[in-house]
Design a protein around this ligand. Structure first.
Ligand code: NDP
Length: 292
């Protein structure tokens, strides 16, 4: 148990963001600190891009235990850290910093959160799976790298911008054991999910509040009952896409498990205490007004 839990001085963690995003992580972490009787605080701190270096110096000066990073700081923070985890180094992006002594170590828990959710929420191990990702942004990058490192047998990246999609497929082929390919996603051309795919992941922002009726351009008849369809969109958790997949008999997995998973991993890295995952899940469900 950290020394500060018996003192007046709280341990500090939080998030550097710009601008302040509607991120529910503060509710998940604060609920977990309370449940574990930890004298810790999670601060939402707006940091302008040009002041990131000063903010990291402040983090060191305040002896904070760590920090989360959101866009636009995930890549820019790297030169200010002392070390990267192997996954963060491959992804080239950091969403969680952990202070160890006077060293700041950069990690990325987004993809690990997805893998944990896959294992715990639907009982699927990534090993040997053929996975299709719609999107090639930060979320797709983190998830595909972790799925590759966890033994997925094939990854297909489907993306609107060819350059970004090709770049991610190249990264997976060169830096991970998986075999990866890229499929262009042209406007108004429905993407048909290959019949040998096991898992389809919407890793785009299509369907995010307030555009809740928007759906990725996918051939709905290719969503078979033996396919697992996942969506990263946390708000709303039951997206139009997941509802359409469910209507075709496919199994579905929403983005809340991933959000809880990445928060739980960060909590454990910072505090060294097992994360009260059910408390965190309920706190998140309350934010989104759904059942935990
Ligand atoms: P990025 O901006 O990095 O990437 C967005 C991706 O979506 C790109 O591939 C982009 O394609 C694609 N895209 C966006 N709009 C369209 C469109 N109209 N048609 C086709 N493709 C489109 O965002 P992130 O990867 O960081 O985030 C993506 C989503 O993941 C967000 O909704 C975010 O909330 C969610 N997320 C959820 C997490 C969770 O824990 N559940 C964790 C992290 C993120 P292109 O390259 O062509 O622009």
């Amino acid at each position: 148990m950290p020394a500060s839990s018996h003192s007046y001085q709280a341990e500090l963690v939080g998030v550097f963001c710009f601008t302040v995003a509607e991120k529910p992580t503060i509710f998940i972490q604060e609920a977990a600190f309370q449940a574990c009787y930890l004298n810790w605080r999670y601060l939402t701190i707006e940091v302008r891009p040009e002041q990131l270096a000063d903010a990291v110096r402040g983090l060191r000066a305040f002896n904070m235990a760590g920090i989360n990073l959101t866009i636009p700081h995930k890549v820019a923070v790297i030169p200010h850290l002392d070390e990267l985890s192997p996954e963060a180094e491959v992804m080239g992006a950091v969403n969680t910093v952990v202070r160890v002594g006077d060293r700041l170590i950069g990690h990325n828990t987004d993809g690990k959160g997805f893998v944990t959710s896959l294992r715990q929420d639907v009982g699927i191990d990534p090993a040997g799976q053929r996975v299709v990702f719609l999107g090639a942004g930060g979320a797709a990058r983190a998830m595909s790298v972790e799925m590759a490192l966890a033994g997925a047998s094939h990854v297909t990246i489907v993306n609107r911008s060819a350059g970004r999609g090709q770049e991610l497929a190249r990264l997976l082929n060169e830096r991970t054991p998986v075999e990866a390919s890229f499929v262009p996603w042209h406007e108004r051309s429905h993407f048909a999910v290959p019949s040998d795919a096991d898992i389809l992941v919407n890793a785009t922002s299509i369907g995010l509040f307030p555009s809740v009726d928007a759906m990725p351009d996918v051939e709905l008849d290719s969503l078979r009952p033996d396919l697992l369809v996942c969506d990263v969109i946390p708000n709303p958790p039951r997206t139009a896409f997941l509802k359409a997949a469910q209507a075709r008999g496919a199994r579905t997995l929403d983005g809340l498990g991933m959000l809880v998973g990445q928060g739980a991993i960060a909590f454990e890295m910072w505090t060294g205490v097992p994360a009260p995952v059910n408390v965190m899940r309920q706190a998140l469900a309350q934010v989104f007004g759904v059942e935990g």
